[in-house]
Each structure stands twice: as structure tokens, then as C-alpha cells.
Design a protein around this ligand. Structure first.
Ligand SMILES: NC(=O)c1ccc[n+]([C@@H]2O[C@H](COP(=O)([O-])OP(=O)(O)OC[C@H]3O[C@@H](n4cnc5c(N)ncnc54)[C@H](OP(=O)(O)O)[C@@H]3O)[C@@H](O)[C@H]2O)c1
Length: 324
């Protein structure tokens, strides 16, 4: 076994709990430190997940020379500031999605990571989940022919609590950046940057999008994509990729799939993956693989893809009139 990489976690909220639990499933990993705005909360998290050190400020963790890599799990609007803090202190960074709330900030983070020669990746975990990898592979192999149509939605009935981040504009609330990012990412992974984007949204009382619909058109490739997100409905989140020879369906919740169904030339194929944990271990394994090799970005989800994704999200936000 190689070196054990010392992880630090910044902002121990809901997702950080799942991430810390999945860290235990990966070799060559040590949960070394956790930092919260409250020392007491950091201590409770450290006890629960066996972290060696608890800090009452993010700065202390960023300055700890024993920390190799930091996972950032604060609300969207702080991702840029917290990533910058860690990168400038020479730490490798895995930052939750969206890595920043504008593409210009993503560009800045990329520059600093390059200058400091440290690893940086946006935690778009779906990319590394085995069944998503299978779906991507089937498409790349041309099993369903040429893709012509993509449909993907992500929705749930969110609790209307303006103190929490989902409806809170100050914390980067809204469905597009929270969950709509997945369908947009999905279409772009499969078909690249669209030629045309049409977006419309329902903006709620707090000024953030609660329902958002996006249509991508790829004129040269002849592809249409219909993508949506919502905090207002109790409905399944599914994806369909349709091609000239067949189609692939990913059932709810498609962004964390454990199975998929492909219909190729009229034959149905089922693929199922027995996943332990929550599914975050696969992105963690990708990070470890990169760190062991000395790669400063993931070849599977390189930074130019994050930049391209966020340029597209910026454009969608312009169309729906959502500014942070
Ligand atoms: N990949 C996924 O599947 C997934 C799933 C859910 C969320 N996420 C992403 O993870 C991020 C966090 O989401 P979450 O649901 O875990 O949020 P959360 O439960 O609200 O936790 C966020 C944490 O950020 C810290 N924080 C720092 N400044 C804050 C402020 N001004 N207001 C509130 N919290 C603040 C808090 O920790 P301390 O006070 O302890 O420092 C809080 O516990 C979001 O950007 C989201 O997009 C990803």
C-alpha cells in the first residue's frame, strides 16, 4: 500500500457526514482533521468519524501542514473563498458542486491551483459511479447509435425554510445550481457544449429559481436535450438517452444510479452494481489515484469541463434573470 493521504474536511454539514462515512471505504486515506465554525461541532464530528484533530475555524485547518487534501462542503457561495484559502496554503482540494457560482471564479481557482501546483477537482461524484461509467461507455462504444435526444430531470419536494440554503439566495439557493447542475452536466458529458440554449424558470419569493427548464440544441449533431430541476414536486428523477439504434434509461435517482437499462436493437440489457456506502467512494478513489500519480487534475473530469459547465450555467442564469 502507498502513502496514506491525510484529509481535512471543511464545513461538517449533511453532505460532509456521508462523505466522511464513505472515506472509510477507501484505502490510502486517513481522515485527519475537521473544521467547523464551532469547535464543539467539529469535535462531535471528529469523534463520530475518528478524525484526529478538530478545529474551530477553517483557517486553522488550511494552515495545518499535516493536511494533504481538503474536502470543502460549505454552502455554494463560500466554495470559492474556502477553495482559495486551501489552495493558497498549498493544499489539494476536492470542492463540492458548484465549485463556484460563476465561471470567472472557476477560472481564478484553476489559475491558483496551477500556480501552487496542487490538485483541484469539483466533486461531481456522478461521473465516477460505476453505473454512470457504464452508461458513458455504452454511448462511447456507439451501442445505441448516434445520440439524438437526452432527457434528464432532478427534482424533489423541498422543505420551505429560508434559513436553510435551498431557498436562501445569500447561500446560493435555487434549483439550478443545487440539482439542475446534474442534468446540465449529464447532457454536456454525453454531447458536449450545445449550440443553442433556451432556459426559463419560476423564481420564488426569495429570488431564487424553484423550477427551472433548459433546452439544449446541438444543431450540427442533430441532438436535443430537455433538462429540468425543481424543488416543488414529489416526482422521480430520471434520465433517458435515445439514439438511432437504441436507448438507455436511468431510473430515480439517476444521478446516483446503481442500475441501468439499455435497449439495443430491440434487446433489453440490465446492468446492476452492488455499491457499498453512499457512492462518494468512487470520486475519492479517483482523487487518490491522481494524487498517487502526481496528477494535478483528473483526466476523467478535468478542470476545463468544470469551466465549460459553469460557463453554461452562467448563460442559463442570465436567461432566467438570476444573479447572486
Ligand atoms: N454531492 C452531493 O451529493 C451533494 C449533496 C448535498 C449537498 N451537496 C453540496 O454540498 C454543499 C453543502 O450542502 P449540505 O446540504 O451539506 O449543507 P448544510 O447541511 O447546510 O451544511 C453546510 C455547512 O457549511 C457550513 N457553513 C459555513 N458558512 C455557513 C453559513 N453562512 N451558513 C450555513 N452554513 C455554513 C456549516 O458548517 P459549520 O458551521 O460547522 O462550519 C454547515 O453545516 C452544497 O454546496 C451542496 O451543493 C452535494
Amino acid at each position: 500500500m502507498g502513502k496514506k493521504w491525510n484529509w481535512g474536511i471543511i464545513a461538517p454539514g449533511k453532505i460532509a457526514e456521508k462523505f466522511a462515512s464513505d472515506l472509510k471505504l477507501v484505502d490510502e486515506v486517513n481522515l485527519y482533521a475537521v473544521a467547523s465554525r464551532s469547535l464543539e461541532k467539529a469535535q462531535a464530528f471528529a469523534n463520530k468519524f475518528d478524525a484526529e484533530i478538530a478545529y474551530g475555524s477553517y483557517e486553522e485547518l488550511a494552515k495545518d501542514t499535516n493536511v494533504d487534501i481538503v474536502y470543502i462542503a460549505s454552502p455554494h457561495t463560500f466554495h470559492y473563498e474556502h477553495s482559495l484559502l486551501c489552495l493558497r496554503n498549498g493544499k489539494h482540494v476536492l470542492c463540492e458542486k458548484p465549485m463556484a457560482i460563476s465561471s470567472s471564479k472557476i477560472k481564478k481557482l484553476m489559475e491558483v491551483a496551477l500556480e501552487k501546483k496542487v490538485f483541484l477537482m469539483e466533486a461531481l461524484w456522478t461521473k465516477f459511479i460505476p453505473s454512470f461509467r457504464k452508461c458513458y461507455e455504452l454511448v462511447q462504444e456507439g451501442q445505441i447509435g448516434e445520440i439524438k435526444y437526452i432527457q434528464s430531470n432532478f427534482c424533489f419536494m423541498a422543505e420551505y425554510d429560508t434559513n436553510k440554503r435551498l431557498f436562501n439566495k445569500e447561500l446560493g439557493g435555487g434549483s439550478l445550481l443545487d440539482i439542475g447542475i446534474y442534468p446540465v452536466f449529464f447532457a454536456m458529458e454525453l454531447a458536449g457544449k450545445p449550440d443553442d440554449i433556451l432556459a426559463s424558470a419560476v423564481i420564488g419569493k426569495t429570488g431564487v429559481d424553484e423550477n427551472c427548464n433548459v433546452v439544449f440544441t446541438y444543431k450540427k449533431k442533430g441532438i436535443s436535450a430537455s433538462l429540468s430541476s425543481s424543488f416543488l414536486v414529489n416526482a422521480p428523477s430520471e434520465a433517458l438517452i435515445a439514439g438511432t439504434k437504441g436507448h438507455i434509461r436511468m431510473y430515480s435517482k439517476w444521478h446516483e444510479p446503481t442500475s441501468l437499462e439499455a435497449v439495443i436493437d430491440g434487446q433489453i440489457h440490465h446492468y446492476a452494481f452492488d455499491e457499498p456506502g453512499f457512492g462518494y467512494q468512487y470520486e475519492i478513489e479517483e482523487v487518490i489515484k491522481c494524487l498517487n500519480r502526481g496528477d494535478l487534475q483528473s483526466a476523467e473530469f478535468p478542470l476545463f469541463k468544470s469551466l465549460r459547465l459553469h460557463e453554461t450555467l452562467d448563460y442559463i442564469r442570465q436567461q432566467i434573470g438570476l444573479e447572486y
